[in-house]
Design a protein around this ligand. Sequence first.
Ligand code: NAP
Length: 296
Amino acid sequence: MTAAPLFDKIAVIGIGLIGSSIARAARKQGLARSIAVGDIREDHCAKALQLGLCETATTDLRQAVKGADLVLFCVPIGANAEVAEKTVPFLKAGAIVSDVGSVKQAVVRDIGPLLPEGVHFVPGHPIAGTEFSGPEAGFAELFQGRWCILTPPSGTDEAATAKLCAFWKGMGSLIEIMDPAHHDMVLAITSHLPHLIAYTIVGTATNLEESVKGEVIRYSASGFRDFTRIAASDPVMWRDVFLNNRDAVLEMLQRFTEDLTALQRAIRWGEGQVLEDLFTRTRAIRRGIIDAKQDS
Ligand code: NAP
């Protein structure tokens, strides 16, 4: 628990995996005196109250943000503009508005222009998650030791950015400040393309004829299983990621396709050294991730 709460009231809009993990972590670490939840679904609001994630929960988003010092949009990227339009007239002067969306240029484009003078906009993206959704999927330790990237537009109040940094640090995150376009390019290769590949492989397997399909499931531990976990991720969230990070994803997909073609050639021509060299380099990347404590 921190010495004193950083915020009097925070409002979490969208109490799914990320929103409910924030509510749990903020509560556990004493980062806010009170937490208000706003969500489009009545059952999610009821669940949030039942789980003790907040003081109030309502489908009236305007009510949720009233008087909040920090407002966090934790909805699918495509819903941000609608949520901002509904809530902006009810924001407290001096409030910090942030989000957790997996794409940042689109969020800056959709939310930024709607915010009035005197409200501080500091977009964010915790690099942490699972393939599960909804208020019961969250857990307080989700952000522990994981990076949170903040992308404040130029001219953002430094004190607001520093306060949001302190909030994420309080939940156990490591902080990086980044330009939104750079964020989208980096995430296209580290997260968006891997998800696209997983969706493709699992899709290809489900298109196979029945006889092979059964064996795909039975022998899935040989590699396929890891792809199915990623491909079980929320369809709405990932639809929005690809629609909103189109250019960066297409750029990375182009590079990937060229590399795949090169591998195809190496296999066709029996160039074992080419394959071995690549696999040796990729193994070193895995070691780097473990050394950086981003997996065990
Ligand atoms: P989630 O579990 O589906 O939670 C989203 C919540 O927002 C749901 O309760 C959803 O209701 C609600 N919602 C949808 N539209 C709304 C609207 N217009 N107004 C109010 N509430 C609305 O999703 P999540 O995984 O937490 O993802 C939320 C955000 O976090 C996304 O922007 C995503 O890019 C980002 N993110 C996700 C991960 C991850 O691994 N999942 C990691 C980092 C960042 P319904 O269930 O009815 O849609």
